[in-house]
Design a protein around this ligand. Structure first.
Ligand code: EPZ
Length: 419
């Protein structure tokens, strides 16, 4: 079990290159098996969730090989097992994308319910409702979801809640249904556009991804494609916030600045200088005073819930009282107790965290309660006086490639120790 040891109060400086987007990778890789051909997916982040999918696909009979650290060759032209109940599947919430991909191509799937982060219930009722709307029979037997369809028929589907996973999963299944499917009130995250672009490269007919109405004209077959996934909006945001909290000056490279707009706006409100280029953002917090602000998380293009713990760490040392409202997940404040161990002054009332800025955080032993909470612990530790030890680093490794190497290259005093 690894831990990270951070000695804080070092200003970050220099440049960091952002990896491919985790939440695009975990959808694009399952989508590749719809081709019955060979796909090459590039710019994949070297993280546990991608390795987990690599293992799962190979166990399903899909020939998945690394051409290099960030490129997978996915050959699904051999026989593919549509029953997927291996341990790997239970480790990762995004395993549910195998349901949509297998249903599209084979009209059947049997997949163990996903695990994933532990912030409240994480239902998949909207996914299953969408599959039924396309003509599939869905049974949930214990933790296994079984889906069968004589054939899939296009339908008009209105999403009761804006859901990233359900939007992508229904888009996968509808890609090879007969006729036209429209998804109304669709989620608009960048990774949804990325998956749609990949499917269209494979011969799908999808329009409107990135808006709240996606139209899919079903096709009978898909062919292989080569695709490079987008940079990770959340990893980029994590490094931007880390640069800010240390009062440093960092350029975050290989990103799409438009994806960062909500965070850039909030960092500017706090008093940090943001300079945008074509594919980079420079965050300059040298000698800047940070003032409190209010932030509400919501679906894209709103402030991303996946940056909520990270921005809370920064707000902990902003002058004044900040209000942070989590509108997407019912319980995403488990990390607050860990932040309080570092001296943060935060009270949580329902979906609102009231954060009273303190002059300085102080190092302590803390734990990552989930992936983004772990990132928040690193951010807080970078600004805290003294030494912070962060446990449960396995959560951080699910979504951040070489996290201690990237932070060390920016001047952080951070080591990984195995316990
Ligand atoms: C994706 O999760 C991301 N995960 C999450 O990122 C992210 O927090 C979330 O989208 C919101 O942006 C991946 O992409 C693998 P949702 P997902 O369906 O798809 C409710 C990270 O840190 N809902 O958009 O599971 C749900 O309870 C992870 O990278 C239903 O009620 O999220 C939530 O309140 C953490 N029924 C809301 O919708 C459903 O069938 C949004 O969830 C599905 C969702």
């Amino acid at each position: 079990m690894d831990r990270l040891v951070v000695r804080g109060k070092k200003k970050l400086s220099g440049g960091v290159t952002i990896s491919g987007a985790k939440n695009a990778a975990v959808a694009v890789i399952p989508a590749a098996i719809m081709a019955n051909d060979v796909c090459i997916t590039d710019n994949l982040p070297c993280i546990e969730d991608v390795k987990c999918l690599y293992t799962t696909l190979n166990k399903m009979g899909v020939e998945c090989t690394y051409l290099d650290k960030h490129t997978l060759k996915i050959d699904s032209s051999k026989s593919v097992n549509t029953t997927v109940t291996f341990d790997e599947v239970r480790k990762m919430r995004a395993s549910y994308y195998l349901l949509g991909a297998l249903l599209a191509r084979f009209k059947r799937a049997k997949v163990a319910m996903p695990g994933g982060c532990n912030f409240g219930t994480r239902p998949i009722d909207l996914h299953l409702k969408g599959f039924r709307a396309l003509g599939a029979e869905v049974e949930v037997e214990g933790e296994i979801v079984c889906i069968n369809a004589q054939k899939l028929k296009g339908a008009g589907i209105y999403m009761d809640t804006v859901s990233v996973g359900a939007t992508i999963n229904i888009m996968l299944a509808a890609t090879m249904a007969e006729g036209v499917t429209t998804i109304e009130n669709a989620a608009k995250e960048p990774h949804i556009v990325d998956v749609a672009n990949f499917l269209n490269m494979m011969g799908a007919k999808i329009k409107g991804a990135g808006t709240d109405v996606i139209k899919i004209i079903g096709v009978e077959h898909l062919h292989g494609a080569e695709y490079t996934i987008i940079p990770d909006q959340i990893e980029a945001g994590t490094y931007m916030i880390a640069a800010a909290i240390t009062g440093g000056r960092v350029t975050v490279n290989n990103i799409i600045p438009k994806h960062m707009e909500s965070l850039s706006a909030k960092l500017t409100e706090i008093g940090i200088l943001i300079d945008e280029g074509d594919d980079f953002i420079t965050v300059d917090a040298v000698d800047r005073d940070f003032k409190a602000t209010s932030i509400r998380t919501m679906a894209y293009p709103g402030f991303p819930t996946d940056l909520q713990p990270q921005i809370a760490a920064l707000l902990s040392i902003c002058k004044g009282t900040s209000m942070l409202t989590e509108n997407v997940w019912e319980k995403r404040y488990q990390y607050i107790d860990e932040l309080k161990r570092l001296g943060a002054k935060i009270t949580v009332e329902g979906r609102v965290a009231i954060i009273e800025g303190v002059r300085e955080l102080t190092g302590a032993f803390v734990e990552a309660t989930d992936l983004r909470a772990g990132a928040a612990m690193i951010i807080a530790a970078l600004s805290a006086s003294g030494e912070t030890v962060i446990g449960e680093v396995k959560y951080i490794d699910r979504g951040y490639e070489e996290v201690e190497k990237k932070f060390s290259a920016l001047g952080a005093d951070i080591q990984r120790v195995s316990v």
